[in-house]
Design a protein around this ligand. Structure first.
Ligand code: PLP
Length: 257
């Protein structure tokens, strides 16, 4: 059985973060492991508190995992401060981690900040260079490229701009765009568009977390990046179409569709 590690924040209501990642891994028949960077107090209605794990303890968790069960792929989600980012980058280099999917989580859909402003530079300079693929949504891509994105043309320009600082695969997710929901994969001047119907399901909490872990699961199984993204997107489409509804707010996906 392949093994995937998620390094991310906890969502006690089970929709996003570590919990979404582990559910995704189990549904992919992958052995899931989790290094927790932050506890959040949240549910389907919003994020009510964040408690960051001390960086030394993130380090201790990473040592415990890597010295025992070596992951075939790693997914990185919420990494809220500079110290945590620095420890993760150092440990991933020390243990020569491969097949890293970085979801540059900055703000929850509910509007709560999940990454401190002064950490973004560190995320770009220390973590991004280690990643095989990064998966920003429109808002995160705007922060990374420095301008507003309104349509598919802007998405291509943004990818070109981000590629000035980062040489891996860039997957810009178009789901938050009013004009469409296609995703762009950019690498070395090549643009691949993943076109898809928009699924009108407001219960999409944790979609970004789920997509990045599904990509990591596919990479762990040995698929290339393009196939991994296609498979992961099909998984998300199925989970959205299953039309699960739980909780009082924006509910999570149904992983067991
Ligand atoms: N909470 C945690 C711990 C997360 O990692 C994320 C996203 O990665 C979210 C919340 C945000 O999820 P959403 O924007 O789908 O509400």
């Amino acid at each position: 059985m392949k093994k995937v590690l998620t390094i991310a924040g906890s969502d006690p209501s089970g929709g996003a973060g570590i919990q979404a990642d582990l559910k995704t891994m189990t549904c992919h028949k992958i052995y899931g492991m989790s290094v927790i960077t932050a506890l959040t107090a949240q549910n389907t209605t919003g994020v009510y508190g964040v408690s960051e794990v001390p960086p030394e303890f993130v380090e201790a968790q990473l040592d415990a995992v890597f010295t025992d069960i070596y992951p075939d792929a790693v997914k990185i989600g919420m990494v809220s401060n500079k110290e945590i980012i620095s420890v993760i980058a150092d440990k991933l280099i020390e243990y020569k981690a491969k097949k890293i999917v970085l979801d540059p989580v900055m703000v929850a859909t509910s509007g709560s900040k999940l990454c401190k402003d002064d950490s973004i530079e560190m995320l770009i300079n220390k973590l991004m260079p280690l990643a095989t693929v990064i998966t920003p949504n429109i808002q995160e891509a705007e922060v990374l490229c420095g301008f507003e994105i309104e349509n598919k043309e802007d998405m291509e320009k943004a990818a070109i701009k981000i590629a000035e600082k980062y040489s891996g695969y860039i997957l810009i997710k178009g789901g938050h765009l009013v004009t469409g929901s296609d995703d762009l994969l950019y690498m070395d001047g090549d643009c691949i568009w993943y076109e898809q119907e928009r699924i009108n399901n407001m219960n999409s909490h944790g979609t970004g977390c789920t997509l990045s872990s599904a990509i990591a699961c596919n990479l762990a199984e040995g698929h290339d990046v393009k196939t991994s993204i296609l498979n992961a997107k099909n998984y998300i489409t199925g989970a959205l179409k299953a039309n699960f509804s739980i909780g009082k707010g924006r509910g999570p996906l149904n992983h067991c569709w």
